[in-house]
Design a protein. Structure first.
Length: 125
């Protein structure tokens, strides 16, 4: 098996376990509502960049980042036990703004639809 394929497979397992831990075991209220959106793991399995998204303003993002950083040791220990890895990757949490961007685009589309329907309503009268 190629190292990159192994890293991808392990990355998927790490992400699933991490999502389960955040949902069920981490009690920090700052991590509630966080969605893990992806993981990039190095081929040597030493480093993992985990992307997350959270709804809210900059303050919510900063609180989520602080909560994840606080829980990082617990998460690494639990995943190491669950997956029985020789080396547990060093985890770096990064905010993924793509969901917020998608939400912004959806609001713009709704606004356009509303304007188009009100324009067509005025033409009928």
């Amino acid at each position: 098996m190629l190292p990159a394929r192994r890293a991808t497979r392990i990355g998927g397992q790490v992400l699933r376990e991490m999502a389960d831990l955040l949902m069920r075991r981490v009690k920090d209220p700052r991590v509630k509502g966080i969605t893990l959106t992806g993981i990039l793991i190095s081929n040597d399995l030493r480093y993992a960049r985990v992307y997350y998204s959270v709804m809210g303003e900059e303050k919510a993002i900063l609180q989520a980042q602080a909560g994840l950083d606080s829980a990082k040791g617990f998460i690494k220990r639990e995943i190491g036990l669950r997956l029985e890895l020789k080396y547990m990757p060093d985890i770096i949490f990064k905010h993924d703004p793509s969901l917020a961007g998608g939400e912004h685009m959806e609001k713009l589309f709704q606004q356009i639809r509303k304007e188009e329907s009100s324009d067509s309503g005025e033409e009928k009268e």
